[in-house]
Design a protein around this ligand. Sequence first.
Ligand SMILES: NC(=O)c1ccc[n+]([C@@H]2O[C@H](COP(=O)([O-])OP(=O)(O)OC[C@H]3O[C@@H](n4cnc5c(N)ncnc54)[C@H](O)[C@@H]3O)[C@@H](O)[C@H]2O)c1
Length: 247
Amino acid sequence: MNFLNQVVLVTGGASGMGAACVDGFTQAGAKVILVDRNAALGEVVASRTGAKLELGDITDSSFCDAVLTRSLEQFEKVDVLVNAAGIIVRSTGMETSDIAWQQIMNVNVSGTFFMARAALRIMKSQKSGAIVNFGSIWGDVGAAGVAVYCASKGAIHNLTRALALEHALDGIRINAVCPGEVNTPMLQSERSEAVTEALLERLAQTVPMGRLAAPEEIARVVMFLASTDASYMTGSLVTVDAGFTAR
Ligand SMILES: NC(=O)c1ccc[n+]([C@@H]2O[C@H](COP(=O)([O-])OP(=O)(O)OC[C@H]3O[C@@H](n4cnc5c(N)ncnc54)[C@H](O)[C@@H]3O)[C@@H](O)[C@H]2O)c1
């Protein structure tokens, strides 16, 4: 895929699937702005790829607005926004604290919305742009033990559809990728048991294809959705789960 001279923002670009997107887009010729709150990891990915690093927290709408303003000033347009930043807390609804509820909803839902809103204001006046949000299989089906995460991903799914309809005539396409089990730091985080090869193998065996995804396998679908090859797609939730939700 060719993104030569396209301006692409990737939130959560310091780790996991966001980092795989930064790799993919920069290799395809894009000017990439990596947005993340993790300075140490962000600097590693930025220096490896040449992406511009914007350090900050997407739960702060003024930070999101400022990132988009700076990107427009420096690069004169914004072609693509990938909203990959997200967090998970593994607890049942009954055991979830107020703070955990607010943290997950703030990052996953408000952060995605604040970045999309800031990008849309620019894309609407350009009359062009593509946004790819990160949903999840857990926004489509439920899972015990991650109730709030499920709620946040369901919100992202329907936010994606609603924004797509609002901008269908503006030259802006808005879609979501909905991954299954992907081997990233998030997959391994917040577990009550130690992350061992045996645990990863057990998780892999819950997947019909019998393995976890590599982050690059999701990044390639994100790039497709952001590209003109997906010119007739908006408001779509694209599941990439090796058959997980086909059952
Ligand atoms: N790993 C999976 O199996 C899986 C499956 C489905 C969906 N997802 C979703 O995919 C996306 C990427 O997940 P991942 O597994 O690559 O996660 P990850 O933990 O490897 O990376 C997430 C990145 O987001 C950043 N981030 C978190 N909160 C932030 C904030 N408030 N402001 C700025 N940056 C912030 C983190 O610093 C980190 O670099 C997430 O939205 C996640 O919910 C993950």
